[in-house]
Design a protein around this ligand. Structure first.
Ligand SMILES: CC(C)(COP(=O)(O)OP(=O)(O)OC[C@H]1O[C@@H](n2cnc3c(N)ncnc32)[C@H](O)[C@@H]1OP(=O)(O)O)[C@@H](O)C(=O)NCCC(=O)NCCS
Length: 175
C-alpha cells in the first residue's frame, strides 16, 4: 500500500505538462510511439479526457488519456471513447496509480455522458474495471482478440450493440 505522504494528486492535464507527459510515456513504454500518439491526438482535438498523477514534489508520475471513437450505424446514437494510453513511471508502478487514474477517468467520462469505452490491453488488468472482451466482440474495429475489451457505462451502449467504431486518425499510424 502506498504511504499517504507519497500519494499522488490526480488532476486534468494542462498544456504546461506536455513535455513531462512525453518523458513519462517514453520511460513507461521504452519507445516514443505513445508520446507521438498522444501529441497527435491532442493536435486533432480527439481527447475527451486527459488526467495526470502528480507526486507531492510536483513530478508527473502517471497519465491516462481517453479519445473519441466515432460510431457508424446504430452506434451514431451513442458516445464512445477509447482508453489509450495509460502509463505510470517505472519507479512508481504497482502502487495503485494506474488504477486510480483509470477509475477517475471513467468517472469523468460517465459525467460527460459517454456510453461505451474501448481499450486494447492486457486481459489480466482491465476486467477489474468492468472491461469485457466478450462485449468488445460486438464492436467492429481495426482491433480484435482477447486484448480488445469494452465497458458499457450506460444501458444505451448495450442496446446499440453490435456497432462499428472508427478510432481517431492518429491511431492509423500507431503500431
Ligand atoms: C499498466 C500500468 C499503467 C498499470 O499501472 P500501475 O499503477 O503500475 O498498476 P496498479 O498499481 O494500478 O495495478 C497493479 C496491477 O496491475 C498489474 N499490471 C501492471 N502492469 C501490467 C501489465 N502490463 N499487464 C498486466 N497486468 C499489469 C499488476 O500485475 C497488478 O496486478 P494485481 O493487482 O493483480 O497484483 C503501468 O504498469 C504501466 O505504465 N506499464 C507500462 C506501460 C503500459 O504497459 N501501459 C498499458 C498499456 S495498455
Amino acid at each position: 500500500m502506498t504511504h499517504p505522504a507519497l500519494e499522488p494528486v490526480l488532476r486534468p492535464f494542462a498544456s504546461a505538462d506536455a513535455e513531462a507527459v512525453s518523458t513519462l510515456l517514453g520511460a513507461a513504454f521504452g519507445q516514443d510511439a505513445e508520446a507521438r500518439l498522444v501529441h497527435d491526438l491532442r493536435g486533432c482535438g480527439a481527447f475527451l479526457c486527459e488526467l495526470v498523477a502528480v507526486d507531492p514534489d510536483g513530478r508527473i508520475v502517471g497519465y491516462v488519456g481517453f479519445s473519441r471513437v466515432t460510431g457508424a450505424g446504430a452506434a451514431h446514437r451513442i458516445s464512445i471513447a477509447c482508453l489509450a494510453p495509460v502509463a505510470v513511471s517505472p519507479d512508481r508502478q504497482k502502487s495503485g496509480i494506474g488504477e486510480a487514474l483509470i477509475r477517475a477517468g471513467l468517472k469523468e467520462l460517465g459525467e460527460q455522458g459517454i456510453d461505451l469505452v474501448l481499450v486494447l490491453g492486457p486481459p489480466s488488468y482491465y476486467p477489474r474495471f468492468g472491461f469485457d472482451a466478450g462485449l468488445a466482440r460486438q464492436v467492429t474495429a481495426p482491433y480484435a482478440g482477447a486484448a480488445f475489451q469494452a465497458l458499457a457505462l450506460t444501458p444505451a451502449a448495450r442496446a446499440a450493440l453490435p456497432i462499428e467504431g472508427t478510432f481517431a486518425t492518429p491511431f492509423e499510424a500507431f503500431e
